[in-house]
Design a protein around this ligand. Sequence first.
Ligand code: FPP
Length: 247
Amino acid sequence: MSLVNKIDKSKLPNHIAIIMDGNGRWAKKRGFLRNLGHKSGAKSVKQVVEACAEINVKFLTLYAFSTENWNRPKLEVELLMKLLISSLKKELNTLQKNNIKLITIGNQESLPSKVLKELSYVIEKTKNNNQLTLTLALSYGSREEIIKTIKEISLKVKNNLISPENIDISIINNHLYTRNLPDVDLLIRTSGEQRISNFLLWQIAYAELYFTDVLWPDFSKENLFEAILNYQKRERRFGKTSEQINE
Ligand code: FPP
């Protein structure tokens, strides 16, 4: 029996974020080139996106390419960009069929023009979909995002558009790449690593963290359901006491 039936639909995480890790190790274990790991990883992306739409998770954010990933060998970066383009072309139908809206976060200017072109096409085509918002973090780094936010707010302070004493959580939220997204409820990282790696540092303030040894290309719908079930067993206190939560 699928684990999906055990999920309490009234206690779903509204926003799931995933650090998809382990493509390289998955390939190495099989004697394949790393690229095959990424290709296989793209299949897991499809599985997980469909599963979220199916069970009514409203926001899914995937760490597809970090600012630090630009330092990988040139060929691997090129292949990842090609894979992104081909996946966007191939999966536009899946997005439409499942009523999924695609958006991106990150420093888009550094992406190759071919990627930008394909992204803007799919973003435009899916902009009215509302079952699930799929966010691809591309050329994304949380520190870069925070620096950009501070610069934008400072400029507004300088121009008397914001007064420093009014700076609060919502002003900061409204200047981040994620300005249209709610806080993350559940952060998943695959492959046994237990790090955040510069992903959504501000947005995961109260997220539940879930680490699994499963390598990303092996991560299936059932693994996602397992993570959600684990999340549902936790008591989220947001700084309050257990008694206050259960009042
Ligand atoms: C980490 O594995 C994964 C990435 C750097 C890229 C994630 C990309 C995909 C899942 C492919 C396609 C994505 C989309 C959105 C279509 P790693 O290479 O760091 O693995 P390792 O730590 O085992 O070397």
